[in-house]
Design a protein around this ligand. Sequence first.
Ligand code: C2G
Length: 133
Amino acid sequence: MKRVITYGTFDVLHFGHINLLKRAKALGDYLIVALSSDEFNLIKNKKSYYTYEQRKSILEACRYVDLVIPENNWEQKIDDVKKYQADVFVMGDDWKGKFDFLKDYCEVIYLPRTPEVSSTQTRSYLKSGNEGI
Ligand code: C2G
């Protein structure tokens, strides 16, 4: 059983996220998503539209996701890799190189981001009132 782990806020879930989760799952048999808590989002200077519980329930409905755990800080990744026996750590390549310290514990893979889509973009589009068109 090859176990994959990834981290993120996954707010306003979009096809860029799904593309990442799909490719991450394809790297093993079991995908763990460490989902940023609302408190950690503040540390990341990210204000998410949906709460942690709402984002968690949306992710748990995704066919590629097997387990959602909370991401509360920057420091928990090594402990998580050990605790959940992750064989592969995956992130989008906007993080390329940032988590190479995990190479001592598991495979580290950065996948190309999906261009032209982001939660921020979606949110501002909806806010702009175009949604009626
Ligand atoms: N992503 C992607 N393509 C996009 C948008 C996001 O591949 N168009 C990927 C990101 O690279 C990341 C994952 O989807 O791997 C989740 O994206 P975010 O929710 O924006 O995650 P982030 O805020 O970068 O949190 O400790 C790590 C952090 O928690 C990562």
